[in-house]
Design a protein around this ligand. Sequence first.
Ligand code: NAI
Length: 699
Amino acid sequence: MTAKYEVHGSVAVITLDNPPINGLGYATRVGITDSLQKANADAAVKSIVLTGAGKAFSGGADIKEFGTPKALAEPNLLSVILAVENSSKPVVAAVHSVCMGGGLELALGCHYRIAAPGCNVALPEVKLGLIPGAGGTQRLPRALGVEPALNMIVSGEPVKSELLAQIPGQKLFDKMAASAESLAQEALAFAQAVSDTRPLPLVRNLPCKHPGGDAYFQFARNMVKGMAKNFPAPVKCVDAVEAATKKKFDEGMLFEREIFINLMWTPESKALRHIFAAERAASKIPDVLEDTPKREIKAIAVIGAGTMGGGIAMNFLNAGIPVKMLEMKQEALDKGLATIRKNYEAQVKKGKLKQDKYEQRMSLLSTTLSYDELKDADMVIEAVFEELGVKEKVFKELDRVMKPGAILASNTSTLDVNKIAAFTKRPQDVVGMHFFSPANVMKLLEVIRGEKTAKDVLATVMAISKKIRKTAVVSGVCDGFIGNRMIEQYGRQGGFLLDEGCTPAQVDKAMEKFGMAMGPFRMGDLAGNDIGWAIRKRRYQEKPDMKYSKTADLLCEKGRFGQKTGAGWYDYVPGKRDAIPNAEVVKMIEDHRASLGITPRKISDEEIVQRLVYALVNEAAHILEEGIASKASDIDMVYLMGYGFPIYRGGPMNYADQVGLFNVVQSMKRFAQNPLDDAKFWQPAPLLARLAAEGKTFN
Ligand code: NAI
């Protein structure tokens, strides 16, 4: 049963009971309408309380039903709300903890509302690229006032019930309960007190006006447009709320419905809903059951206090987990410690971190030069130089000193985690944790599953990544894992485009217009062009027939490694990140082009975007087929969280799905005809070819 029905004296109590947040799934909706009927048919019942069991009144739609026919099956939420409004006996919503989305819309349909303090109230639909679709945009402005309602609807952010109750003239809450504990009793008393009141008050009958009228809405629209650039939903929120002030209630409802349905079909909303599901799916590993027991992680050790080690340590300190950092020399420890301090102090200065919190975090950090002092750590993360020999020494030491059952993780970005595991006598405890730089900022964490990594180690690492607020995605072992393996093909296309006629700025601009946080050349300058150079040198040995543009090598030969050397594809002024095009670099590209006998051609932005994005997609299809990634949505999460792929496009795989895989393959066939490109690479990966032929999608 997902809705309980009880009668207390003359009051019927309907309690939503669909954990974890009393989602308004089909069974719950039926439960509500059945209970209402029962209450209305029972002469002993004079009034009704509607509330939620456990940790919520209701969080809204049931995400388990998303995209299934059940989500829309009758009674849908609109019908349920209508049934509540039409109840001949007063219905009192008793809200607490969480009252969001459809949950709030349901409460707004009730005749009265009593709230516990501390309840998070929100209409978060905008975060999925939608507007509320069950009357939220028409009833909330009537109940709360136009301006606060619009703020809530456009931001999607929760506001505490006690704050809302203080808004002058608000009719959202008829009463605030003294506490969450007393809510049930107070709701019963309230329901008894109003049992004979007629006519029953309805939010739909309240007046709705803004004194600023048209000017206010124009102003709101301009503000929202500026902030919500690539997303259509926020401006539509303004339209819908404006309709509440101008149209009759039922017309406003139809207007809301029409906007809602149109938004459902936009690529932006599809992308946001895809990400919502992808984020939840990422933590699920097909062969690791959710109830897999997890190891207890109370203390962390970090080996290496360099760029990555320091950032990694900060993640755990921020989560209140003690960290011990080990280095070879005291100076290195001092330097690492100073960097961590500097980072925190900058946050304090900006007002993002309180002084006492800063001190509390630093007090959780200790340092050592001796491996023997690591024996109490439950998990160690290695972030030393990227050389297998160095990793071997470190992991042999760790194997010697770490307690049995401790998790041994490596932050390696290119080395074989299976080889690293084999340096120990406990390969089942070894796993890769590939953080991205800056490790205390970037959301993405690739969790590298070795051949022998134990399931409970994986489950533990996924759980701890949630604690340190990372989006963790599992990758199998391969060169570059998911993200960097794909970016290599993207970068290679960037090189070909320069050879064929583009400038770095043209390519970057096209990609930034597409929505990437940064084009490939600015990204190279940020990450350091020497990193790609080192990888290419290795590739020239391993894969002599692989085709590369030589421009990036020429750039590196000039020592132009990027921001860190003040010069890369662009010039940089110290202390600033602006990329300033450099005429010499452009000349270098032109000279190289001429030396190859290539006549430059004008290349469209469309071709630039397609070649770079489809290069990601084709490599990703290989990655999926090889089982390196277990689902396409994981690949999307890697690119959204770690590589600045535009949120409103939902990741490369979602984007390709929306373009249509058949069209993607057709473009690849065209690129393969270009003699200056790599025809072999553009053979569609077998999985991609198959899906395209069958008219299917990745996701
Ligand atoms: P880094 O050079 O800034 O720091 C490495 C630190 O390790 C140095 O402080 C060094 O003194 C210390 N170290 C070296 N050998 C040691 C040993 N035997 N015992 C204890 N400490 C030792 O290097 P970075 O950039 O922090 O990279 C570390 C690891 O993280 C590498 O495996 C790298 O591939 C990986 N990584 C780096 C990323 C980056 O953007 N820099 C991104 C993701 C992973």
